[in-house]
Unconditional design. Sequence first.
Length: 223
Amino acid sequence: MKKILTIFLAFICFLNTNAQDTITLKNKKLIYAHIIEKNNTKIKYTLDSVSNIDATYSLKLCRIRTIHYNDGKVDLLSSQNPRSIFPLGIYSGIGLRVQPVVIMLTGSIDYMFTPNISAEINFGKGMDVVEKDFIYYYYSFGGKYWFANKYSKSGFSSFVGLQYGNASGYNMWEAPVGISYITKFGFQASFQLSYTYYTYLTHLVEFPNIELKIGWRFKTEKM
């Protein structure tokens, strides 16, 4: 009878051990635990240690690489964010510059270093609507900050940026704000409004510029 009881307790312990969740930290350390709560910034969990049976611990998501749940599901956290899955973007667009009134055809290349920070290069060519013989060229480079939570799986995110460049021989600064959507296949569409400051002028804001971009994002090895 005692042997049967021992085997039964060992079996229960085996099931309990295999029912644990496994947390893998970014430093490769493993934590075997029972996760009791998870939100957009941290998790709460308990351990099986007898001395800490009632203790609850918390851990910030930024320290975690993956979570393997006892039911077989795997949470890759920020790696499931579409801006993390598809870090490289190539797209084209059409824009309207209000002063002078110029219709622009544009191109852009960007790279997401994190789900919240990107760097990009822009270039374009357009024609003055009033003086139709005036061809307008520009290029710029800079960065953007994306406001969506880096652990979110949603493709929507608003952004703000700062870029420096040149427009038909005049140096300029641009401050774009807008919203973007990335599908689970990598297609991206974005709409932005930019305010431009030409360095040869004495006032800060020149005129707003409107731009619509569509393109494709690609999976790459992170830099």
